[in-house]
Structure formats: C-alpha cells, structure tokens
Design a protein around this ligand. Structure first.
Ligand code: BYC
Length: 314
C-alpha cells in the first residue's frame, strides 16, 4: 500500500467512525465494495424471488379486497428489488451480472422463500412473520454506512410496515374464525416460525461476514441481537390473537429481560441456503423462464431509448 492509499484508507475509516455516509464516488477499500455487492444483490434477489410464493395466491385470494391488498404488496416487492439492484449498480456491477450470479446459484437469496405457500393462512404467516423479520433487520440497516443502501432502506421500511399489517390482519381474522380456520392459521405459524428465525442468519459465533460488516458499519447489529428482538416482539403478537409459537423451550427470562428459545435446526438452514430446500429448483427455474420471456420487452425498451437518442441528435 503506498502513502496515498494509506491516507485514503484513514480518511474512509474516519468517515465510518463519525457515521458519515460513504457515497458511490468516494474512495472505498475493495473488500468493502465486494461485501456490499454481495449483501445488497442478495437482498435484491430476495425481494424479487419473494414475489413467487405470494404470487401463487393472487388468483385464489378469498375476496376482492384481499386480492387488491396482495397485488399491491407484491408490486411493492418488485419496487424494492429495483431500488436495491440500482443501489448495487452504483458499486460497479451490472444487473446482468447479478442475475447471472442468481441463475448459476453463485448468489444466495433469503432461505425463507424456498418453502411452499400451501394455504391462504400461509400468506398471513408470510406477511406477519417474514415481513416482520425483514422490518427488524431493515430498520437497523437504515443506518448502514453506504448512502444509496441506507436511503433505499428508509423507503423500503415505510412500505414494509403495511406488509406486516396485512399479514397480521389475515392471521387475526383466521384465528377468530371457525375451528378449521384457526387450525389453518396455527398450521401456517407452525411451518413458518422456524424458517423465519433462520432469516437472521447463523449465530454470531458462526457468521463469517459479521466481523467486517460491523467494523465497516454495513450491519449495525448482529444476527443474534436482531433475532432476539424479533422473537420478543412476535411472541406477544401471537398471544394477542390466541396462537401458540411452536417452541416448547420458549420462556420469558426475567433476568435477561428477553425470551429464551429453542435451538434452530442449522442442518436444515444450510441445506436450504445451499440449494436443497423444498422449492429452490422451482424458484430459480421460474425466474429464468420469466427472465427469458421478458427479453423482448428489454430489447424493445432499449431500441426505443436508442431511437429517442438518435432523434434528439438530429
Ligand atoms: N438466507 O456471515 P453471515 C423480504 C448466508 S426480503 C440465505 O451471517 P451476513 C421480503 C450469507 O449470505 C428481505 N442465506 O452473512 C420479500 C452467507 O453466505 P455468503 C431479505 C443466508 O451477510 C418478499 C452465509 O450464510 N433481507 O423482506 O453477514 C416478500 C453466512 O452468513 C441467510 C435481507 O436480505 C438467509 N437467511 O448476514 C416478503 C437483509 N443468512 O453470502 C418479504 C440484508 C445468512 O457468504 N441482508 N445467509 O455466500 C442481511 O442483513 C445479511 O446479509 C444477513 C446475513 C443477516 C441475511
């Protein structure tokens, strides 16, 4: 490292230490840039792949209102994906490269979207638990050190609260409905609880990326801290609507001021994030097919933009 680079690095670290945002044209260490590209692109893929389990229920929503709300939510998720892809592009990677990494399984996306949505209650569970977990994580990321990511998170969090509410409303209604409806809500909670806990990633002691992420203030809090916050919030919400969290070890710990909870099945987590979950293949195949079928739209949009450019030059 020459003198100049040492100075640049010092300058970068000073900015991080005083919580000044790093912007696309600022100097940054290569490892910081790569770390951000990995995290932001995986976050974007999660938003877009996350549209699939919900899309499965648009045609079967139980009322016109439910259908409109679900459509709006899924549309928001496409928008979140776009903000995040744009934020990653400011770091010098193209959209094509990111999609190629997704299609060749080099890039991950959230474990949670590799589970099927079998009943309407699952749409409730996704909104309540999955968006609930996402909010806890994303509120923290609003203070991330990279400017475009932080600003994207602020916009996304505003919409995410509505998503969580729509899911909780479905669960509350079903929990107060017929015994069959209540059973369906409980079954959805049983199946989505543990995968939602896994969304926060491995334990801190087993999380290779956390060290740099916290040092560079990309992540502001650790995986375990955020998971605990989510559990403490969600247990109370389950109590209010009369559903039971499927964890026999769940217990309020007066001394810690938090809930104690059972061990997560990490074998299942690693199988799912490494491509062997119940729906991994289906999700990627569907994305590839949609991407291929949309090729003509991208080409037409580019041709039109090119034509507009030529016309303004004349
Ligand atoms: N799923 O060192 P670690 C949404 C990977 S979507 C899959 O702790 P890190 C929504 C991790 O990538 C919201 N993989 O990593 C959309 C790493 O592998 P690589 C999604 C996971 O990055 C539609 C390895 O395990 N939110 O709200 O420090 C409908 C070791 O982990 C997972 C985000 O993406 C996982 N759950 O921490 C409804 C938030 N966990 O990359 C809702 C942004 C870990 O080295 N991301 N891995 O090959 C983050 O905050 C962090 O990346 C994580 C993981 C907390 C997820």
């Amino acid at each position: 490292m020459n003198m100049n680079e040492e100075e640049l690095l010092r300058n970068f670290e000073e900015k991080i230490d005083v919580d000044q945002k790093i912007e696309p044209r600022d100097w940054m260490p290569e490892a910081y840039r790569k770390h951000l590209i990995r995290q932001i692109s995986q976050h974007a893929h999660s938003e877009v792949i996350g549209m699939q389990p919900e899309g499965n229920w648009i045609n079967r929503a139980p009322s016109l209102r439910a259908k409109m709300v679900l459509l709006a939510k899924i549309q928001d998720e496409a928008g979140h994906g776009l903000y995040l892809y744009s934020a990653a592009e400011t770091l010098g990677i193209s959209r094509e490269e990111m999609l190629d990494q997704l299609h060749t399984l080099k890039a991950k996306y959230s474990n949670i979207f590799n589970y099927p949505t079998l009943t309407w209650a699952d749409i409730g569970a996704v909104g309540w638990l999955v968006d609930g977990a996402a909010i806890v994580n994303q509120v923290s990321l609003q203070r991330t050190s990279y400017g475009p990511y932080s600003r994207g998170m602020i916009r996304i969090c505003k919409e995410e609260s509505f998503h969580q509410r729509q899911g909780y409303e479905i669960m509350a209604q079903m929990a107060q409905g017929t015994p069959e409806q209540k059973e369906m809500a409980q079954d959805a909670l049983n199946r989505f609880w543990w995968p939602s806990m896994m969304m926060f990633g491995p334990h801190d002691s087993n999380s290779p990326n956390t060290g740099n992420a916290l040092r560079w203030r990309i992540k502001r809090e650790s995986n375990d801290t955020l998971r605990q916050r989510f559990i403490d919030k969600t247990v109370q919400q389950a109590n209010v609507i009369g559903l039971t969290i499927p964890d026999p070890d769940l217990k309020w710990n007066e001394e810690r001021g938090h809930y104690d909870f059972g061990e997560i099945n990490w074998e299942e987590f690693y199988a799912v994030i490494n491509g062997n979950g119940p729906c991994n293949k289906e999700r990627i195949d569907h994305h590839k097919k949609a991407h291929e079928e949309g090729r003509w739209v991208r080409e037409a949009a580019l041709a039109y933009a090119e034509k507009q450019k030529q016309e303004t030059l004349v």
